[in-house]
Design a protein around this ligand. Sequence first.
Ligand code: HPA
Length: 274
Amino acid sequence: MEKTYLETIRETAAFIKEKVGELPQIAVILGTGLGELVNHIEIKAELDYHTIPNFPVSTVEGHSGKLIFGNLGGKYIMAMQGRFHYYEGYDMKQVTFPVRVMRELGVETLFVSNAAGGMNKEFRVGDVMIITDHINLFPENPLRGKNYDELGPRFPAMTEAYCNALVNMADDIAREDNIRLMHGVYVGTPGPTFETPAEYEYFRVIGGDAVGMSTVPEVIVANHAGMRVFGVSVITDLGGKDIKEVPTHEEVQKAAIKAQPVMTHIIKQMLERI
Ligand code: HPA
C-alpha cells in the first residue's frame, strides 16, 4: 500500500534521528547565495539530500543540497543548504516537506532567508530586509488537500506569521551594531520569470516591499505546524516602472553574497540571545 504523507514525514524523521545523534530545536533555511553561514557552523553531522528517504533533490545552480547539524551562536541547530523551489517543478508538498520533517524532529523556531527584488523606493541593492509579513501569490496553498490534525489545524491563523519578538530582537541587534536593517512585506510568486515593470509596480501598490520565488510555502507550513518564524531577505535588485536595470540570476547571487556578512552576523547574534 502506498504510504500516506504523514508516514513519509515520520519515515524521513526516523531516518535522520538514527543518523544524527542530537536533535535541534532551531532550523535555518539558507537561500540564494547565503550558504556562507555554513562556514560558521561547527558541524557535527551532514546528510546529502539524495541520501535521505523521501527528500526531493535540489537542482538549481548555487543550491547544493545538504542538511547540516551543528553549533552556531552557542546553539545546536540544523541548516538546510539549498531549498526546493516551486519553479523547479516540485509540488507544494515537496517544497515544504523538509519543514514537516524539521517539526517532526522537534524544531520549534525556523529562520528563513532569501534573495528578493525590492519595490520599496527606500530600498537599495544590498539592503537586508526583515520580513514582517507576506502576501501569498503562489497558485496553490501548500495546505490544500487532506488536513492531518496531527500536523496542525485545518484553518490556521496567519496573523503573526513572522514572530514579532524575533523581529524586535533583530532590531535591537541592528541598533546596537549600527546596521541598516529594513522591514517589509515579502510577496511570494511562483517564478521563474522576474517581474515586468508593471508587476513590480502592482506588488508595491498592493502592499509589498520585496518580491521573491520562495519562502512563503515554507512559512505557511511552519505556521500550520506551530513553529515561530524569522525571515530575512537580501535585496538583490530593484524593480518598478522607473528602474531600467535588468535583473539576472548572476547579479542576484552577487548581491546576495555581498550581504552575507550582515545576514550571518544578525542570525548568529539572534541565536546567542534566543
Ligand atoms: N523577483 C523575483 N524574485 C527575485 C527577484 C526579483 O526581482 N530578485 C531575487 N529574487
